[in-house]
Write a protein that binds this ligand. Structure first.
Ligand SMILES: [Zn+2]
Ligand SMILES: [Zn+2]
Length: 175
């Protein structure tokens, strides 16, 4: 089980589903079409200079595309954290300017995984399953911080971990 901070960006990017990438492409093209062809037809005065128009049109198109990718990411990411995908997709969609996505990243819960013994959803920073007390990660018997299964001494308090009667399933990893 890897700590959250060590998950590489590529793994996170893989979460973005294909449908949202397609939606992002379509949204980009639609926005470009609107700003280049539909809008100028309804404008009676000459628009801003070409460079400025290109800049704004591309920006709006990219924003629309990012919105679609964001929705796809939230849909896949929320269930990993026992959060409602529908609710958070709605929040991201309704709040303007990506504020919904910012709120999502501020409030999202830690990643969850399943207890190998009883299947309960547990957060990745848990040491023990709250339902069956299965030891999920190795922890120091003195200060209870997470330690590596291969560590001989606790990095925080220097406690000798061999005194902890490490459960057999963790000792297998250590040897
Ligand atoms: Zn359990
Ligand atoms: Zn310790």
């Amino acid at each position: 089980m890897r700590p959250v901070s060590s998950i590489p960006f590529e793994d996170e990017a893989k979460l973005i589903p294909v449908w949202s990438m397609i939606a992002a492409g379509v949204a980009f093209l639609l926005v470009e079409y609107y700003f280049w062809f539909v809008l100028p037809a309804h404008r009676h005065h000459p628009g801003p200079p070409m460079a400025l128009r290109t800049y704004f049109n591309l920006s709006w198109g990219l924003l629309a595309a990012v919105y679609c990718l964001m929705l796809g990411y939230v849909k896949e990411d929320a269930p990993r954290r026992s959060m409602s995908a529908q609710f958070w997709m709605l929040v991201c969609l309704v709040l303007p300017g990506g504020i919904g996505a910012v709120i999502y990243f501020l409030l999202r819960l830690p990643l969850t995984s399943q207890c190998p013994a009883c299947g309960t959803h547990i957060q990745n920073d848990f040491h023990f399953c709250p339902q069956c007390a299965w030891q999920v990660t190795a922890s120091c018997g003195n200060c209870h911080r997470t330690v590596l299964a291969t560590d001989q001494f606790c990095t925080r308090c220097g406690h000798e971990l061999a005194h902890d009667h490490m459960p057999a399933r963790l000792r297998m990893v250590a040897d």
